[in-house]
Design a protein around this ligand. Structure first.
Ligand code: FAD
Length: 308
């Protein structure tokens, strides 16, 4: 059995952490070939070849693959599918855009957010906003799956595997790239940060949210937010943690003025250590918190800053 792993790349660089974590999830499934599909992918292919567990890297380069458009990437993956028993990718926005299209082209289902691999056809995935775990037995001839990377550790390095060039398929011409509007930040990336400091409605205003950002910067952390904080304009959309935001599992998650609604917990309850600051001692966040600081965030956060 061989697995095809679609690698995520950004401007020709490999999203190494996401790919390395996906590789560890796929290890029980057999030999893994990594597909790098990019405008200029040689460097990403070299990076992928050195990750442990990679038997071969397939490098497809072409203009239509330069900006991560889903349709040309899906057509490429589907054209290679007959050689593979599994087609996988990290469950990031990149692959969530592509793999359902691959599954549709192959007329199979897509198993999203896999958190455990029991065998070639048996997988666990969360349902009901993470409140239950579903074990799925696939009967499809090709299993298409995305992997929740925060659950798995990253594989190490190896002597580089061979890199083989494959031809990009013709662009189906269903979409056109116009521009990327990427946010450039010095802070760690939210989904893979070791520490996340998140603020909620309790923070009270966009101006007050600056204190959350300063605390995060002091701790070398990424900044997160509840949906209420995002909806109220305290924080940008891409900082949202939860069922409809990012799923994180950092070593330390600090929740400030967040009640702990199930939709928020779905995005952070697998964090290794959870610290919550809330003035309501009955706030649901305290049910998952390892450390509960009951009190006013406007006195606790400055005190914490002072101590740090
Ligand atoms: P609140 O629930 O209003 O909590 C604010 C907390 O701050 C309270 O516990 C309060 O005691 C505390 N507080 C207030 N003032 C202070 C103070 N001075 N000091 C200390 N504590 C204070 N939510 C998400 O976060 N992520 C999602 O992805 C998400 N997806 C959703 C999807 C769906 C389909 C639906 C229906 C909802 C979703 N939600 C999501 C919304 C979710 O249900 C909650 O409404 C939201 O998480 C609440 O955000 P909050 O905790 O910041 O606000």
């Amino acid at each position: 059995m061989t697995v095809l792993l679609l690698a995520e790349t950004h401007q020709g660089r490999l999203a190494t952490d996401a790919v390395a974590r996906t590789l560890s999830a796929l290890a029980p499934l057999g030999e893994v070939h990594v597909l790098v599909a990019a405008g200029d992918g040689a460097e990403a292919a070299r990076e992928a070849a050195s990750l442990k567990g990679v038997a071969k890297v397939l490098l497809a380069e072409g203009e239509s693959l330069r900006h991560g458009l889903a349709e040309p990437a899906a057509a490429l993956v589907a054209s290679l599918a007959s050689e593979y028993r599994h087609i996988a990718a990290p469950a990031t926005a990149f692959a969530r855009n592509i793999l359902p299209r691959v599954a549709a082209l192959l007329n199979v289902m897509v198993l999203s957010d896999v958190i455990a691999v029991h065998g070639a056809d048996s997988f666990d995935r969360p349902v009901y906003a993470g409140n239950a775990v579903q074990t799925v037995e696939s009967t499809d001839p090709v299993v298409v799956l995305t992997v929740r990377t925060s659950v798995f550790g990253a594989v190490g390095r190896q002597e580089p595997a061979p890199v083989e060039t494959v031809a990009a398929v013709a662009d189906p011409g269903l979409s056109v790239w116009i521009e990327d509007a990427a946010v450039v930040s010095e802070r760690p990336e939210l989904a893979s940060a070791r520490i996340v400091v998140s603020g909620g409605r309790g923070v009270g205003s966009k101006e007050n949210f600056d204190a959350i950002i300063r605390l995060a910067d002091k701790m070398g952390a990424a900044v997160g937010a509840s949906r209420a904080a995002v909806d109220l304009g305290y924080a940008p959309n891409d900082w949202q943690v939860g069922q409809t935001g990012k799923v994180v599992a950092p070593d330390l998650y600090l929740a400030v003025g967040i009640s702990g609604a199930i939709q928020h917990l779905a995005g952070m309850k697998d964090s290794k250590v959870i610290v919550a600051i809330n003035k309501d001692e009955d706030a649901p966040i305290f049910k998952v918190a390892d450390y509960a600081l009951v009190g006013d965030l406007f006195s606790i956060v400055p005190e914490l800053m002072g101590k740090l």
